[in-house]
Design a protein around this ligand. Structure first.
Ligand SMILES: Cc1cc2nc3c(=O)[nH]c(=O)nc-3n(C[C@H](O)[C@H](O)[C@H](O)COP(=O)(O)O)c2cc1C
Length: 353
């Protein structure tokens, strides 16, 4: 097996990456009251120094009252937090890396257990004013990312959080222009966010959107049951200004629709013609939900991933737990030191190394 495909450069608009490996966004919730610490700076810089092509930050939230569900999730607004992020991107650049924040709103996933000392308001339907302000705050965070010197921005549109709650018919029961019977109608919120971000950052700055069929509320759920429904979902997002589709699966090798072995990223690329990122158990046997149940998993080889990458199914490959476990994962793969790759241990979730 040749790993050359993984280590060929990638170029799109103003974005130049030295290889195809992306660090997947992983919430660590260790930013004191929302401000990234020196430990966080070192954590990302270490991955940049060990050849990760593009780092996507942990989910970092926009300036809305209920945008986070854990106090120490980092903010992407306000002078103190943005100064913290400036330290992060400067350190990543000094170590030869590229990076973008994943900007996020958790929507109706907060519970009183998350904030035991605070009286929780029950989530309610957003007013049109709430929606307009949320769109504006996504754009403001994206603009801050550009101003701080980040290389890209990623919108978190996946996994059952706010944007995905608009996509999903179960959670979006609105009767105004942000709801509707079709996925296309329910995509309007995301489309407006992308348009507002594009207007704020200009044409050249790369916008990534992360999408998933699955939701944390229902892993079997699917937004697009057919390729034509997927077109209805993705093409308006492309039109609005999305550059790269980050297609979240738990296991990258699983086909998206019957009759083809293409995965989600494969279909997204075929449908939109845009670059795509695949993700899900790269370099590991078991998927990431087991990690939250306290289970580790064994390392796995990369031949199936490389086969799909060489075939041109997708352009970039995001790696989550393997890079959380081992900052030097990319370097070891590149140098062929596969015997030094580590199994994943769930205890690593608590450590910021
Ligand atoms: C500890 C942890 C935190 C995560 N936090 C986020 C997040 O903030 N945003 C997001 O889009 N996905 C998040 N994910 C999902 C990962 O980005 C990735 O899609 C998933 O772990 C599958 O990749 P892997 O099998 O290589 O770990 C998280 C996963 C883990 C393990």
């Amino acid at each position: 097996m040749s790993i050359d495909a993984l280590f060929s450069p990638f170029s799109y608009k103003n974005l130049q990456l030295k290889n195809r490996v992306v660090m997947a966004p992983m919430t660590r919730a260790q930013s004191d009251n929302g401000v990234p610490t020196q430990q966080i700076v070192d954590y990302y810089a270490r991955r940049a120094a060990s050849e990760v092509g593009l780092i996507l930050s942990e989910g970092t939230v926009i300036n809305r009252p209920a945008s986070k569900n854990i106090q120490n999730i980092p903010d992407f607004y306000g002078t103190e937090a943005l100064n913290g992020w400036k330290n992060v991107i400067d350190a990543v650049h000094e170590n030869g890396g590229k990076m973008g924040p994943q900007i996020w709103h958790v929507g109706d996933t907060r519970s009183s257990e998350d904030y035991p000392l605070v009286e929780m308001e029950k989530a309610s339907t957003m007013t049109l004013e709430d929606i307009q302000d949320t769109i504006a705050q996504f754009a403001a965070s994206a603009k801050s990312a550009k101003d701080l010197g980040f290389d890209v921005v990623e919108i978190h549109g996946a996994h059952g959080y706010l944007i995905d709650q608009f996509f999903w018919e179960i959670t979006n029961t609105r009767t105004d222009e942000y709801g509707g019977k079709t996925l296309k109608e329910r995509s309007r919120f995301a489309v407006d966010i992308v348009k507002a971000i594009r207007a704020a950052v200009g044409e050249d700055f790369t916008i990534i959107i992360r999408l998933s069929q699955w939701k944390q509320q229902d892993y079997k759920s699917r937004l697009a049951a057919t390729p034509s429904e997927m077109e209805e979902w993705l093409l308006p997002l492309k039109e609005a200004g999305v550059d790269i589709f980050h297609c979240s699966q738990r296991r990258f090798w699983e086909p998206e629709f019957e009759g083809s072995d293409l995965n989600f990223a494969g279909w997204a690329k075929k449908i939109t013609g845009q670059p795509t990122i695949t993700v899900g158990s790269v370099g590991l046997e078991g998927d990431f939900m087991a990690a939250f149940a306290g289970q580790g998993t064994e390392k796995a080889d990369l031949s199936e991933l490389i086969r799909r990458l060489e075939r041109g199914d997708f352009d970039l490959v995001a790696v989550g737990r393997a890079l959380l476990q081992d900052p030097e994962w990319v370097k070891k793969v590149k140098e062929g030191n596969t015997d030094e790759l580590l199994n994943f241990s769930a205890e690593s979730l608590a450590v910021l190394y």
